[in-house]
Design a protein around this ligand. Structure first.
Ligand SMILES: C[S@@+](CC[C@H](N)C(=O)[O-])C[C@H]1O[C@@H](n2cnc3c(N)ncnc32)[C@H](O)[C@@H]1O
Length: 274
Protein backbone atom coordinates (compact mmCIF):
# COMPACT_ATOMS: atom_id res chain seq x y z
CA UNK A 1 0.00 0.00 0.00
CA UNK A 2 1.35 3.45 -0.84
CA UNK A 3 1.69 6.13 1.81
CA UNK A 4 -1.32 7.96 0.34
CA UNK A 5 -3.48 4.80 0.38
CA UNK A 6 -2.49 4.14 4.01
CA UNK A 7 -3.49 7.68 4.94
CA UNK A 8 -6.87 7.34 3.27
CA UNK A 9 -7.62 4.04 5.05
CA UNK A 10 -6.59 5.58 8.38
CA UNK A 11 -8.67 8.72 7.73
CA UNK A 12 -11.77 6.66 6.86
CA UNK A 13 -11.33 4.46 9.95
CA UNK A 14 -11.10 7.44 12.33
CA UNK A 15 -13.84 9.36 10.57
CA UNK A 16 -16.15 6.39 11.31
CA UNK A 17 -14.87 6.20 14.90
CA UNK A 18 -15.67 9.90 15.47
CA UNK A 19 -19.15 9.50 14.03
CA UNK A 20 -19.79 6.49 16.29
CA UNK A 21 -18.97 8.55 19.39
CA UNK A 22 -21.31 11.30 18.30
CA UNK A 23 -24.00 8.65 17.68
CA UNK A 24 -23.43 7.21 21.15
CA UNK A 25 -23.94 10.65 22.63
CA UNK A 26 -27.25 11.19 20.93
CA UNK A 27 -28.70 7.75 21.65
CA UNK A 28 -27.68 7.91 25.31
CA UNK A 29 -26.68 4.24 25.33
CA UNK A 30 -22.95 4.73 25.15
CA UNK A 31 -22.38 1.21 23.84
CA UNK A 32 -21.38 2.35 20.38
CA UNK A 33 -18.37 4.29 21.53
CA UNK A 34 -15.30 4.50 19.32
CA UNK A 35 -13.48 1.79 21.23
CA UNK A 36 -14.57 -1.53 22.72
CA UNK A 37 -14.54 -1.52 26.53
CA UNK A 38 -12.59 -4.82 26.76
CA UNK A 39 -9.88 -3.81 24.30
CA UNK A 40 -6.59 -4.50 26.15
CA UNK A 41 -4.82 -1.68 24.33
CA UNK A 42 -7.27 1.22 24.54
CA UNK A 43 -9.20 0.51 27.76
CA UNK A 44 -8.55 1.88 31.27
CA UNK A 45 -5.80 4.31 30.35
CA UNK A 46 -6.96 7.20 32.52
CA UNK A 47 -7.31 7.39 36.28
CA UNK A 48 -10.59 8.29 37.92
CA UNK A 49 -9.35 11.75 38.81
CA UNK A 50 -8.57 12.48 35.15
CA UNK A 51 -11.87 11.15 33.80
CA UNK A 52 -13.67 13.85 35.76
CA UNK A 53 -11.59 16.58 34.10
CA UNK A 54 -12.92 16.14 30.55
CA UNK A 55 -16.35 15.73 28.91
CA UNK A 56 -17.60 12.15 28.73
CA UNK A 57 -17.54 12.24 24.89
CA UNK A 58 -13.80 12.98 24.96
CA UNK A 59 -13.27 9.96 27.19
CA UNK A 60 -15.49 7.77 24.96
CA UNK A 61 -13.49 8.86 21.91
CA UNK A 62 -10.18 7.91 23.51
CA UNK A 63 -8.35 5.55 21.17
CA UNK A 64 -4.88 5.87 22.57
CA UNK A 65 -2.56 3.24 24.00
CA UNK A 66 -1.16 5.21 26.93
CA UNK A 67 -1.52 8.35 28.99
CA UNK A 68 1.14 10.80 27.79
CA UNK A 69 -0.11 13.73 29.86
CA UNK A 70 0.44 11.74 33.07
CA UNK A 71 4.04 11.05 32.09
CA UNK A 72 5.05 14.26 30.31
CA UNK A 73 5.40 16.50 33.40
CA UNK A 74 3.75 19.57 31.87
CA UNK A 75 4.28 22.94 33.54
CA UNK A 76 2.16 26.11 33.63
CA UNK A 77 2.98 28.44 30.74
CA UNK A 78 4.18 25.72 28.34
CA UNK A 79 3.03 25.18 24.76
CA UNK A 80 2.00 21.59 24.05
CA UNK A 81 1.24 19.97 20.70
CA UNK A 82 -0.64 16.65 20.44
CA UNK A 83 0.05 14.80 17.17
CA UNK A 84 -3.14 13.02 16.04
CA UNK A 85 -5.36 14.51 18.73
CA UNK A 86 -8.53 12.54 17.89
CA UNK A 87 -11.46 13.49 20.14
CA UNK A 88 -9.15 15.79 22.09
CA UNK A 89 -8.78 14.04 25.45
CA UNK A 90 -5.03 14.58 25.85
CA UNK A 91 -5.24 18.17 24.56
CA UNK A 92 -7.92 19.03 27.12
CA UNK A 93 -5.96 17.35 29.94
CA UNK A 94 -2.77 19.17 28.85
CA UNK A 95 -4.57 22.52 28.66
CA UNK A 96 -5.38 22.27 32.36
CA UNK A 97 -1.76 21.45 33.24
CA UNK A 98 -0.28 24.40 31.28
CA UNK A 99 -2.94 26.98 32.31
CA UNK A 100 -3.18 29.86 32.85
CA UNK A 101 -0.60 31.17 30.37
CA UNK A 102 0.19 28.04 28.40
CA UNK A 103 -1.58 26.66 25.36
CA UNK A 104 -2.44 23.19 24.07
CA UNK A 105 -2.71 22.49 20.33
CA UNK A 106 -4.20 19.38 18.78
CA UNK A 107 -3.34 18.36 15.21
CA UNK A 108 -5.46 15.90 13.26
CA UNK A 109 -6.16 15.21 9.58
CA UNK A 110 -9.70 13.82 9.99
CA UNK A 111 -12.50 16.39 9.76
CA UNK A 112 -14.95 14.34 11.85
CA UNK A 113 -12.38 13.97 14.66
CA UNK A 114 -11.67 17.71 14.57
CA UNK A 115 -15.39 18.46 14.79
CA UNK A 116 -15.73 16.11 17.77
CA UNK A 117 -12.66 17.60 19.46
CA UNK A 118 -13.93 21.16 19.02
CA UNK A 119 -17.31 20.14 20.45
CA UNK A 120 -15.52 18.61 23.44
CA UNK A 121 -13.46 21.77 23.87
CA UNK A 122 -16.66 23.81 23.96
CA UNK A 123 -18.21 21.45 26.54
CA UNK A 124 -15.07 21.64 28.66
CA UNK A 125 -15.01 25.45 28.37
CA UNK A 126 -11.30 25.28 27.56
CA UNK A 127 -10.02 28.56 26.18
CA UNK A 128 -6.30 27.85 25.92
CA UNK A 129 -6.88 25.15 23.27
CA UNK A 130 -6.72 25.13 19.48
CA UNK A 131 -7.35 22.24 17.11
CA UNK A 132 -5.49 22.44 13.79
CA UNK A 133 -6.20 20.50 10.63
CA UNK A 134 -3.15 18.91 9.09
CA UNK A 135 -0.85 15.95 8.84
CA UNK A 136 1.76 14.94 11.35
CA UNK A 137 4.20 14.50 8.45
CA UNK A 138 3.86 18.26 7.66
CA UNK A 139 3.16 20.01 10.95
CA UNK A 140 1.53 23.42 10.30
CA UNK A 141 3.53 25.22 12.99
CA UNK A 142 6.69 27.34 12.93
CA UNK A 143 10.18 26.11 13.82
CA UNK A 144 11.14 26.20 17.53
CA UNK A 145 7.62 27.02 18.76
CA UNK A 146 6.59 24.10 21.02
CA UNK A 147 7.79 23.06 24.51
CA UNK A 148 6.34 19.55 24.56
CA UNK A 149 5.13 17.21 21.85
CA UNK A 150 2.74 14.53 23.02
CA UNK A 151 0.98 11.88 20.96
CA UNK A 152 -1.10 8.84 21.80
CA UNK A 153 -0.95 5.85 19.46
CA UNK A 154 -0.66 7.79 16.22
CA UNK A 155 2.96 7.69 15.06
CA UNK A 156 2.56 3.93 14.59
CA UNK A 157 -0.09 4.71 11.97
CA UNK A 158 2.17 6.84 9.79
CA UNK A 159 3.71 5.51 6.61
CA UNK A 160 6.59 8.01 6.93
CA UNK A 161 7.88 7.94 10.49
CA UNK A 162 11.19 9.63 9.61
CA UNK A 163 9.25 12.66 8.37
CA UNK A 164 7.06 12.72 11.51
CA UNK A 165 10.11 12.63 13.79
CA UNK A 166 11.99 15.31 11.84
CA UNK A 167 8.90 17.54 11.87
CA UNK A 168 8.56 17.01 15.62
CA UNK A 169 12.21 17.99 16.04
CA UNK A 170 11.76 21.09 13.84
CA UNK A 171 8.80 22.54 15.76
CA UNK A 172 10.21 21.84 19.23
CA UNK A 173 12.11 24.66 20.93
CA UNK A 174 15.71 23.86 21.90
CA UNK A 175 15.38 21.92 25.16
CA UNK A 176 11.84 20.87 24.15
CA UNK A 177 10.54 17.40 25.04
CA UNK A 178 9.12 14.60 22.93
CA UNK A 179 6.79 12.56 25.21
CA UNK A 180 4.78 10.04 23.26
CA UNK A 181 2.76 6.89 23.87
CA UNK A 182 3.00 4.40 21.03
CA UNK A 183 2.78 0.71 20.20
CA UNK A 184 6.20 -0.76 19.48
CA UNK A 185 7.56 -4.25 18.94
CA UNK A 186 10.44 -6.01 20.68
CA UNK A 187 12.70 -8.78 19.43
CA UNK A 188 12.15 -10.67 16.20
CA UNK A 189 8.60 -11.01 14.96
CA UNK A 190 8.05 -13.02 11.75
CA UNK A 191 6.66 -10.82 8.97
CA UNK A 192 3.35 -12.71 8.60
CA UNK A 193 2.68 -12.52 12.35
CA UNK A 194 3.60 -8.84 12.38
CA UNK A 195 1.00 -8.22 9.67
CA UNK A 196 -1.76 -10.04 11.59
CA UNK A 197 -0.89 -8.41 14.88
CA UNK A 198 -0.66 -4.96 13.40
CA UNK A 199 -4.14 -5.44 12.00
CA UNK A 200 -5.44 -6.18 15.47
CA UNK A 201 -4.07 -3.04 16.89
CA UNK A 202 -5.28 -1.11 13.86
CA UNK A 203 -1.75 -0.01 13.00
CA UNK A 204 -1.94 -0.47 9.28
CA UNK A 205 1.38 1.14 8.50
CA UNK A 206 3.02 -0.68 11.37
CA UNK A 207 4.55 -0.25 14.76
CA UNK A 208 8.28 0.35 14.90
CA UNK A 209 10.69 -2.07 16.50
CA UNK A 210 12.01 -0.46 19.72
CA UNK A 211 15.61 -0.38 18.49
CA UNK A 212 14.56 1.24 15.18
CA UNK A 213 12.62 3.91 17.09
CA UNK A 214 15.76 4.77 19.10
CA UNK A 215 17.86 4.93 15.93
CA UNK A 216 15.38 7.13 14.07
CA UNK A 217 15.05 9.60 16.97
CA UNK A 218 18.82 9.88 17.26
CA UNK A 219 19.17 10.34 13.49
CA UNK A 220 17.01 13.48 13.45
CA UNK A 221 19.00 14.95 16.37
CA UNK A 222 17.21 13.99 19.60
CA UNK A 223 19.18 13.12 22.76
CA UNK A 224 18.26 11.54 26.13
CA UNK A 225 16.10 8.99 24.32
CA UNK A 226 14.31 6.24 26.22
CA UNK A 227 11.53 3.73 25.68
CA UNK A 228 9.65 2.63 28.79
CA UNK A 229 7.10 -0.21 28.46
CA UNK A 230 3.69 0.71 29.91
CA UNK A 231 1.78 -2.42 28.84
CA UNK A 232 3.15 -5.72 27.59
CA UNK A 233 0.63 -7.73 25.57
CA UNK A 234 0.39 -11.46 26.08
CA UNK A 235 -1.42 -14.24 24.33
CA UNK A 236 -4.65 -13.65 26.25
CA UNK A 237 -4.70 -10.06 24.98
CA UNK A 238 -4.17 -11.40 21.47
CA UNK A 239 -7.08 -13.80 22.01
CA UNK A 240 -9.42 -10.92 22.88
CA UNK A 241 -8.35 -8.98 19.82
CA UNK A 242 -8.17 -11.83 17.31
CA UNK A 243 -11.33 -13.76 18.19
CA UNK A 244 -13.48 -14.24 15.11
CA UNK A 245 -10.72 -13.10 12.76
CA UNK A 246 -9.79 -16.56 11.48
CA UNK A 247 -6.42 -16.73 13.24
CA UNK A 248 -5.29 -19.71 15.34
CA UNK A 249 -4.12 -17.74 18.37
CA UNK A 250 -2.53 -20.71 20.19
CA UNK A 251 -0.45 -21.58 17.14
CA UNK A 252 1.13 -18.12 17.05
CA UNK A 253 1.52 -17.77 20.83
CA UNK A 254 5.30 -18.26 21.01
CA UNK A 255 5.88 -15.58 18.38
CA UNK A 256 3.53 -13.08 19.99
CA UNK A 257 3.93 -13.33 23.75
CA UNK A 258 5.56 -10.18 25.12
CA UNK A 259 6.67 -8.87 21.73
CA UNK A 260 4.05 -6.15 21.25
CA UNK A 261 4.05 -3.43 23.87
CA UNK A 262 2.65 -0.01 24.53
CA UNK A 263 5.48 2.26 25.51
CA UNK A 264 6.26 5.77 26.61
CA UNK A 265 8.89 7.21 24.30
CA UNK A 266 10.87 10.19 25.56
CA UNK A 267 13.52 12.36 23.92
CA UNK A 268 14.85 15.89 24.18
CA UNK A 269 15.84 18.39 21.48
CA UNK A 270 19.30 19.61 22.53
CA UNK A 271 19.66 23.19 23.75
CA UNK A 272 21.80 25.36 21.50
CA UNK A 273 24.77 25.08 23.91
CA UNK A 274 24.51 21.24 24.22
C1 LIG B 1 -5.59 5.94 17.32
S1 LIG B 1 -6.39 7.52 17.13
C2 LIG B 1 -5.76 8.33 18.57
C3 LIG B 1 -6.49 9.58 18.91
C4 LIG B 1 -6.04 10.26 20.20
N1 LIG B 1 -4.61 10.50 20.23
C5 LIG B 1 -6.44 9.46 21.42
O1 LIG B 1 -5.58 9.09 22.21
O2 LIG B 1 -7.63 9.19 21.58
C6 LIG B 1 -5.49 8.21 15.81
C7 LIG B 1 -5.83 9.66 15.44
O3 LIG B 1 -4.76 10.19 14.65
C8 LIG B 1 -5.24 10.78 13.47
N2 LIG B 1 -4.20 10.55 12.46
C9 LIG B 1 -3.74 9.36 12.01
N3 LIG B 1 -2.76 9.54 11.12
C10 LIG B 1 -2.58 10.89 11.00
C11 LIG B 1 -1.69 11.71 10.23
N4 LIG B 1 -0.81 11.16 9.41
N5 LIG B 1 -1.78 13.05 10.36
C12 LIG B 1 -2.70 13.62 11.21
N6 LIG B 1 -3.57 12.89 11.95
C13 LIG B 1 -3.50 11.54 11.86
C14 LIG B 1 -6.56 10.09 13.19
O4 LIG B 1 -7.42 10.93 12.43
C15 LIG B 1 -7.09 9.82 14.59
O5 LIG B 1 -7.85 10.88 15.07
Amino acid sequence: MSEIDVKEVVREKYSQAALRVRGAGSSCCGSSAARESNNPITSNLYEGSQTGEVPEEAMLASLGCGNPTALAQLKPGETVLDLGSGGGIDVLLSARRVAPNGKAYGLDMTDEMLALARKNQQKAGAENVEFLKGEIENIPMPDNSVDVIISNCVINLSGDKDKVLSEAFRVLKPGGRFAVSDVVTRGDVPEAIRRDMLLWVGCIAGALKDTDYLTKLAKVGFKDISIEPTRVYNIEDARVLLTGKGIDVDAIAPQVEGKFISAFVRAVKPKLAD
